[in-house]
Design a protein around this ligand. Structure first.
Ligand SMILES: [Zn+2]
Length: 668
């Protein structure tokens, strides 16, 4: 599972600067804007201080991450690699040619890299090249004249290639959606999804067919028969997987015992593709809890598949951020104190709390399904049985969140804050406060609370479709309540003298977000997504039942202002008591009434106002990230003896470098 909430769209309690991180004020985070996308640089400050052994481990794991990148391109769309070749050849060879209008092609190419193909990551919809087919052809000829080579089929001319690919680049109605879970015409979910996880297969074909490799195979119809084309050495994507294995083997000598055991299990799984080996790998990966460097590499998340079974390939390499992990662990160690002080009926308090295992990490590279657009949190493995028997590992991607916060335009705050004081507080505190409340939400919020003995089913079963909103509201309320508790200063998480200001900034950000998030729902006047519902619920409940907040208007613009911080907190405590009771007793009607009264419906005219304000300021709707660049240092014998890290500050350079690294594996 991953938590895509922040990079996909600006955050709930958004912010721009974190209080504790003014050491690099001159740094550039936002690199460029392309359409509705922003591109930001990720920094990995802790890398230089790592022992050489860890750096060498990271180097080889990163090579493995680059080696598999094209697998995900191919999984996402069967034509992706061919299209990318054409675009990259133009960008490399035709750039700067006089009289060639390349702007549209360059912009499209960047969006293509960011989204790994011509489909928007958030909406699943195809985007097209905004120039004439003749202009693309002219650019191809210009590139060819300067030595650029195109993926021509035997006997094919450049004109022939351009004509063949034209529908893919220019026609929105050809393969319109990469994943389509609810075809409007009642069509087949596999046939109407353009991804390459299936070939010539419909849901009806699957009746009575038992998959031996549900996660790591493409299902294809060959000669009238259904076959599983297994992703493994000797199977589909063999050349890429062999290269991955090669790098994992080189990484192994630098790994801790626990990491080496996990790498061995992963290599074995890549060789056999067998589900038992996948389980063994999951177990070994979860058991490796204390190593300073870790990797995720394989067929993991299933969001790309309309059926939710096939794993999309991804890789991450990261090291633990000890400072930020210490903050999470300090909270986790005192979980019992928080439980004992929950502002709800003592009968819902747990007598014994077991803390959550979580790490804050800094990524060095993310590829495939994990980059250039990335989650901010990951909790794996996905196999429910292994989670219950062996536990799971949860990581929050600190340097990604940081780059995201710092690349967020200041206008996100100035436009929706009432006055300069509120803006200044947001700039100073919102990043820090967002991190602290997120930790409280995850580590204390979700794990807290007991249900009544009389509740005979799980709360999920009792509250049905209302459960997720209630549970997310509960975790948010726990965070909003404790963020203002003096105990946090006692734990050393915030200087006591600054806590009041930080709390006000957090409450203001939370209130503003209820307005700003409306921009995401451009049609209708109803919210479906659970996190959005819970945030509306809390703010609108406070508006209706306390003196904490006030709706203010000025020059045709609407603002949610925090009027009284103490009233905000006591309102949060009151609502939290009720929400816990509703969950603890499994009261479906009360849950539904809370959610429908405060969380679901909004005023369409207000939404139109917010959308207009956001559009006038040209604010991005998602952000992609440029990773650090690693450079090996070799000795006289060519052996890698050290690794240097730098920042490319350039999406194009990084994407071309990654693509070049696996060009020899292509079998075009
Ligand atoms: Zn949550």
């Amino acid at each position: 599972m991953n938590n895509p909430d922040r990079p996909a769209a600006p955050p709930a309690p958004a912010s721009m600067e974190t209080a504790g991180s003014s050491s690099h004020p001159e740094r550039r985070y936002l690199l460029e804007r392309i359409g509705e996308a922003a591109v930001a640089q990720v920094y990995a400050d802790g890398f230089r201080a790592l022992p050489r052994r860890d750096k060498l481990l990271i180097w080889h794991l990163s090579q493995a991450a680059v080696a598999g990148r094209d697998i995900y391109y191919d999984q996402r769309y069967a034509h992706n690699l061919e299209m990318r070749d054409v675009l990259e050849t133009i960008v490399t060879y035709a750039a700067g040619v006089d009289g060639l209008p390349l702007d549209a092609i360059v912009a499209y190419t960047k969006l293509f890299w960011i989204n790994t193909g011509p489909y928007n990551n958030l909406t699943s919809r195809k985007f097209v090249l905004a120039c004439e087919p003749a202009e693309l052809l002219a650019a191809m000829h210009a590139a060819a004249a300067r030595g650029g080579r195109f993926p021509l089929r035997p006997g094919e001319s450049i004109d022939g290639l351009a004509g063949r690919l034209a529908p893919l680049f220019f026609d929105r109605s050809v393969d319109p959606l990469v994943t389509n879970k609810t075809p409007a015409d009642g069509g087949d979910i596999l046939q109407s999804s353009a991804n390459n996880l299936y070939h010539g297969v419909s849901m009806a074909d699957l009746a009575g067919f038992e998959e031996r490799f549900p996660l790591n195979s493409r299902l294809a119809r060959r000669d009238g028969r259904l076959v599983e084309e297994v992703y493994r050495v000797g199977g589909l994507y063999s050349r890429y997987i062999e290269r991955i294995v090669e790098h994992l083997e080189r990484a192994r000598p630098y790994a801790t015992t626990a990491t080496a055991a996990a790498l061995d299990a992963l290599i074995r799984f890549y060789r056999t593709g067998d589900n038992r080996d996948r389980r063994a790998y999951d177990i070994a990966w979860v058991a490796d809890r204390d190593s300073p460097v870790d990797t995720i590499n394989g067929f993991i998340e299933v969001y790309l598949d309309a059926r939710g079974r096939k794993g999309a390939w991804e890789a991450l390499v990261y090291y633990v951020n000890p400072e930020k992990t210490a903050a999470i662990r300090r909270i986790a160690e005192h979980a019992q104190w928080f439980e004992d002080h929950m502002p709800w009926d003592p009968k819902y308090r747990k007598p014994r709390v077991t803390g959550v295992t979580a790490c804050a990490i800094d990524v060095v590279i993310e590829t495939g399904d994990a980059g250039p657009m990335t989650p901010v949190g990951i909790n794996l493995p996905n196999d429910q049985e292994i989670r219950e028997l062996h536990g799971s590992k949860s990581v929050s991607l600190s340097n990604v969140s940081d780059a995201y916060e710092r690349s967020t335009p200041l206008e996100f705050r100035t436009e929706f804050a009432w006055d300069d004081e509120e803006v200044n507080r947001a700039v100073k505190w919102a990043g820090f406060a967002a991190e602290l409340t997120t930790n409280l939400h995850e580590v204390i919020g979700h794990g807290s609370g007991l249900v009544a003995d009389s509740l005979m089913v799980t709360p999920e079963a009792a509250l049905k479709e209302q459960f997720s909103t209630i549970e997310e509201a509960r975790a948010d309320l726990v965070a909003l309540y404790f963020v203002a508790d003096p105990y946090l200063a006692e734990l050393g998480l915030i200087p006591a003298a600054q806590q009041d200001e930080m709390v006000r900034a957090e409450y203001e950000a939370y209130a503003r977000n209820a307005l700003v998030q409306l921009r995401r729902i451009r049609e209708g006047s109803q919210i479906e997504e659970d996190h959005m519902r819970n945030r509306q619920l809390i703010v609108h409940w406070l508006l209706a039942n306390t003196d904490a907040l006030q709706v203010a208007r000025r020059e045709g613009k609407t603002y949610y202002r925090v009027r009284d911080v103490a009233a905000f907190r006591s309102g949060v405590a009151r609502l939290l008591g009720e929400v816990q009771r509703v969950k603890g007793e499994g009261e479906y009607d009360a849950a539904r009434s809370l959610v429908e009264t405060y969380g679901v419906y909004f005023d369409a005219a207000l939404r139109d106002e917010i959308v207009a304000r956001v559009e006038r300021l040209h604010l991005p709707s998602y952000t992609a990230f440029v990773m650090p660049r690693l450079q090996p240092v070799t000795d006289a014998g060519g052996e890698v003896v050290d690794v240097e890290l730098s920042y490319p500050m350039d999406l194009t350079a990084q994407m071309l470098e990654y693509s070049a690294a696996s060009r020899d594996l292509r079998t075009v």
